[in-house]
Write a protein that binds this ligand. Structure first.
Ligand code: PLP
Length: 447
């Protein structure tokens, strides 16, 4: 009897994995992750693997934090569950809301809790349309999103997202959502300078507003840096131009902070890195470092005032909105981050250090671009370094590199032929060196 093989057989027999070709699990089976410590995960065969993705962009404080376990235990003993519906509340939800609002941009002073980032974006959709209805402009219904964006897997989340393969399954989509070009210079804009391309992508927003009629457009939603789409860092010209256009046409800005929030870009929120004043900010993931599931929508004063002053009851909420144990863990997570200066360290120390070490991978024959910001980064794999020509998609070079990297002891994610990292924010310089050298080894073996 082989424990791993038996477990894999059970997995294949009964477990439908998210975002997985069920049949392709095949004979080889899945790697069984058994435990984790610091920035490393361990599998049932005893391999130690550097988690260059912080789980799914969420384990910002790394694994093995006893203080988070204790916070959950204490709360589960004292009050494992109660809701915040109607006129009840509990201390973890209140304290967490207060802490979040202190960390958010100054004009953001409320939070509506959810259980995940997808639920947060469902909430966004309903809240945005409710806001405009209360403002006496019920025709403001359209939400402009971006191609290749990821905003979750619920029906509203995937409709807001711009992932064509998701749209092709299980439709129809939520009506009134339209997608414009993403500011992905390496993938789509190399015939122009990055700055011109950034402005052109912002201009696409204005064109779409004018096509739809500004009186019909409710909001624009975007991630500060597009995560699941491929760690796409917009050109510097992009966000200032977008900001200006939204202000001109009085359209709400929804900044999806599910990945960029909680220190990933070296500020508490990506909005602060780019100087944005969002009307709504969906959050999740790093909020609790993934130890327990929790999300929310942070709501700016403009929307909150209307919802509170003239809204009456908002018929929306989840059983686990602000779940006490999840909230207690999130709160402890934020306390640890504050006490240890984790965010400043990303901005002033390890972020710049990663940028220096990661960008050096651009000398590799397989790499067309190596970019990073804070602790998120990507390598663009190319067939021809001189021209930047891509590999034929059918070769699956990105997936090959991902599998080689995993086997060598580093989790990188592949998005097509872009190799992505988003490691724990607690990385030391030595660990960054280790990550970069494992990435180089994976490139060498893929070439
Ligand atoms: N928004 C963004 C930007 C994300 O990256 C994700 C998940 O990766 C989501 C929303 C959805 O979050 P969840 O998986 O918690 O539902």
């Amino acid at each position: 009897m082989n424990w791993t093989k038996d477990m894999q057989a059970l997995d294949r027999a009964h477990h439908l994995h998210p975002f997985t070709d069920f049949k392709a699990l095949g004979e080889e089976g899945s790697r069984i992750v058994t435990h984790a410590d610091g920035i490393y995960i361990f599998d049932s065969e005893g391999h130690r693997i550097l988690d260059g993705m912080a789980g799914l962009w969420c384990v910002n404080l790394g694994y093995g934090r006893q203080a988070l376990v204790d916070a959950a235990t204490r709360q589960l003993q004292q009050l494992p569950y109660y809701n915040n519906f109607f006129k009840t509340t509990h201390v973890p939800a209140v304290t967490l809301a207060d802490t979040l609002c202190r960390l958010a941009p100054a004009s953001v002073n409320h939070v509506f809790f959810t259980g995940s980032g997808s639920e947060a974006n469902d909430t966004v959709l309903r809240m945005v349309r409710r806001y405009w209805a209360l403002e006496g402009q019920p025709d403001k219904q359209w939400i402009i999103a971006r191609e290749n964006a990821y905003h979750g897997s619920t029906v509203a989340g995937m409709s807001l997202g711009g992932m064509a393969p998701m749209h092709a399954q299980g439709g129809p989509l939520v009506p009134g959502i339209t997608h414009i070009a993403q500011p992905y210079w390496f993938g789509e804009g190399r015939d122009q300078s990055p700055e011109d391309f950034g402005r052109a992508c912002a201009a696409a927003l204005e064109e779409r507003i004018l096509e739809l009629g500004e009186e019909n457009v409710a909001a624009f939603i975007a991630e500060p840096v597009q995560g699941a789409g491929g760690a796409i860092i917009p050109p510097d010209s992009y966000w200032p131009a977008v900001k200006e256009i939204l202000a001109r046409y009085d359209i709400l800005l929804v900044v999806d902070e599910v990945i960029c929030g909680f220190g990933r870009l070296g500020e508490w929120f990506g909005s602060q890195h780019y100087g944005l004043e969002p009307d709504l900010m969906p959050i999740a993931k790093g909020m609790s470092s993934g130890y327990l599931p929790i999300g929310g929508v942070m709501v700016g004063d403009r929307v909150a005032d209307t919802l509170i002053d003239t809204g009456g009851e908002f018929f929306h909420g989840f059983t686990y909105s602000g779940h006490p144990a999840c909230a207690a863990v999130a709160l402890k997570n934020l306390e640890i981050m504050q006490a240890a200066g984790v965010v400043q360290r990303v901005r002033d120390d390890v972020g710049p250090y990663l940028a220096q070490r990661w960008s050096a991978l651009a000398d590799h024959p397989l790499v067309g671009e190596a970019r990073s910001l804070g602790l998120i980064g990507a390598l663009e794999l190319v067939a021809d370094k001189a021209t930047g020509a891509r590999f034929d998609k059918s070769l699956g070079v990105g997936n090959l590199c991902r599998d080689i990297s995993f086997a060598n002891g580093l989790v990188m994610r592949s998005v097509g032929d872009s190799m992505i990292i988003s490691p724990p924010l607690t990385m030391t310089r030595d660990q960054i060196d280790e990550l970069v050298s494992l990435a180089r080894q994976a490139l060498d073996e893929t070439a």
